[in-house]
Design a protein around this ligand. Sequence first.
Ligand SMILES: C[S@@+](CC[C@H](N)C(=O)[O-])C[C@H]1O[C@@H](n2cnc3c(N)ncnc32)[C@H](O)[C@@H]1O
Length: 872
Amino acid sequence: MGKAQKKTGKGRLDKYYKLAKEQGYRARSAFKLIQLNKKYSFLENARCCIDLCAAPGGWLQVATKYMPVNSVIVGIDLVPIKPIPRVVTFAADITTPHCRNLIRGELKDWKADVVLHDGAPNVGSAWVQDAYSQSELVLMSMKLAAEFLIKGGTFVTKVFRSADYNNLIWVFNQLFGKVEATKPPSSRNVSAEIFVVCRDFLAPKHIDPKFFDPTHVFKDLSASVPEEGETGVSSKSLQVNVFQPEKKRRHRDGYDDGNYILFKKATAGDFIRSSDAIAFLGSVNKIAFETEEEKEWLKLDVTTPDVVTNCEDLKVLGKGDFKTLIKWRMALREEIGLDVKTKETEELTEEVEVMEDVDPEEEIQNELERLNAEAAARAKRERRRANEIKTRTIQRMQLQMTAPMDIGMEQHDASLGGQDDMFELDDAHRAMRGKGGRGLDESDAESDDGSAAPEDSDDEALDSEEERERKLAGLEAELDGMYDAYQDRLKERDAKYKVKEARKNSKAREEWDGIEKGSGSDSEDSSDEGGWDNVQAAKERAGEDSSDEEDSDEDSAPVAGTKRRANELRGSAQSRKKARLATVAPASGDAKLSRTAQVWFSQDCFAGADVDIEDDEEEEEEDADEEDVSMDVDEEDAADDALQASSDEDDDFEIVPQEPDDDAGMWDVEDDNEDEIKQTKIKKHGLLTAEAVTLAQQLVNRQRTRTDLINDGFNRYSLNSKDDLPSWFLDEEEKHYKANIPITKEAVAALRAKMRALNARPIKKVAEAKARKKFKAAQRLEKAMKKAEGVNQMSDLTEREKAKQIENVMRKGMASKKQKEVKVVVAKGSHRGVKGRPKGVKGRYVMVDSRMKKEVRAQKRKEKANKKRKRT
Ligand SMILES: C[S@@+](CC[C@H](N)C(=O)[O-])C[C@H]1O[C@@H](n2cnc3c(N)ncnc32)[C@H](O)[C@@H]1O
């Protein structure tokens, strides 16, 4: 067990660790043996097993589990192993003769079927001497295996991927019929360990002792003699390909024989004359200029200062520097005549152009054809490209991947051939014109006629600010148009969208209906009927500046947020909505009225009708309250109630016209109207959303304060203005701009519990049935009491008779009516076709046949469908 593998290290406590704990194995390594045995099945038939390096005993536990009951299992380790049933253990060093004697003493004449070895020297610890490496330990365990294994037996050992690995495998192959290296899944990938399963022990009579001699087995065989002519360059194994450097590896091979210094210097002459320049560069540290000839080279032009510097320390050079050196070598070799210039021969070869006699007309013809072909090819390319873009756009729209902005961009791109930036509108425009393409606005119609203005005048026109703005507006209009078309397509395709839109519209209508109810006029005609004008006039009377639409904004919190949808219906609906909610300076009698009512009733036609108004308002309130009792609270009414409530709250205060609310027209994460509805619901029914519960909990637990909430309201989004933004952009925002609402687990749990409690309640029908039953029982009791009273007043009866009769009456009254039994007669066999009472049936009966149920249901279905059809 290496030092690096800390028990608390990352990944140490993996699934095998947990499994081992669960299954009672002493070490996670137990699974390695389980997996090895699963693959090679060497334990099931083994009668004797020796486990070398067995502490703490995981493998021994596996052996006891998988080997036959009466088998012999011996475990040896440097450290004592806690007793395991049916296992003999020793504390010994497996590399010593003492260990061998202990095993011999235990096994007597027996031979082991399996020898296991999972040893790992822990360098520096008390376990093992530093001198022994893992490979040596493996070799020692193999020596014991060779002594104690039966012919055909199995030796399983752990080896590490190292320079010794191949040597070990070679030795194993000398002693075993099958040698396979494997890494069980439970062995960590980060670990260099591999398990070698050596099967079919050959049990040779004589084994060469060199097989177990580490100095012999691990002798480096790969060191080769230096190549001829490569003075100063040692073994090939030390050469590095400087152009394809490999990862740094530990030099397990150590130093070359007879060469124990790391720093190597070679001369420039060696380098220039070496046959393998790359290998040379990889094997030396410095190239020196020592001889007279080499010093002469320093004066040559090819020997740049870079070259000289690079030669100083080759170990710090990069690829580029090595290339410089290689080039320098090539140049110098040519210079000193080692290589012959290939260029020279090239230069000597003269190129002779053979000119043919061509007819000038034919030449012109050819040229024309070529130009035509080129033009056709270009046109084809452009067409294909435009088609591709179109198809892509359609696909993306079908997949709902594209925002209308994309459409605009792509169409733009398509017409521009993708060359211009979409924001360089006039450049793009010019480009389109230049290509004879159609412009994006109407003004381009002229150029389409073929009567294109000369380019210069065009440029002049485009340069003018006015023109540019006009084009921008045209582009925007086009984008809007495309967006509308896109929305239409969406509507056609998406049923859900239709429903949503319908709901939206109906809501918007309902909002406005609040005012219309009173006026009884169509919203469009409201000005005629006095709705809008009157409201404006009322505002004026109230001292507000009617010219400024924003001034009509609300002054109290529930009204402060401008309606999101109303915003979409910018213009008429929104302003009317605002007007509806506008504040009027209250006259003394108006104090009790809602703001809506104040505005409405401040119209001229209601002048002098204060008392009635109040009464009406009260009636309205009552109506609203009545409706609130019902299960399905109309959301719109709820919103109205909210407004009502807020105005009621303000009753004690004088309502004064306010400055336009800064928040109006700001981003709202959700629909304001929905917000209002939610607020009203929360007021009425308590905390309904996880968000609300979370906030409430946080407030109660003092995790948040009121100030925190107020502060949270001021964020980077709170001042985003919605003014002048295109509707598609607002739509997108509504869809994708969702606030990350903090919800706690506790809040969700609390809500769930609440819902569970609600669900546990009986459904409405059951409750009604129970109530009916109770009611009927009470009625019966009342009736019985009346009867008993009558009996009591009878004078001709004795007290005893009276008591008896009263008892009877009460019993009958208390008892619930028995349901009359209905006999079900299946209309089959002798009953088939029977019209009257079937024979032998007394009392109430009903005739049924097997198909009846289905037929009745089908009938009902049909009727229902017919009704629906008639309605639509
Ligand atoms: C990875 S643990 C073995 C785990 C064991 N297979 C199990 O499943 O419980 C390696 C063991 O090798 C032992 N070891 C290392 N060198 C040894 C040696 N020379 N003789 C005996 N045991 C040795 C260590 O004491 C250590 O307990």
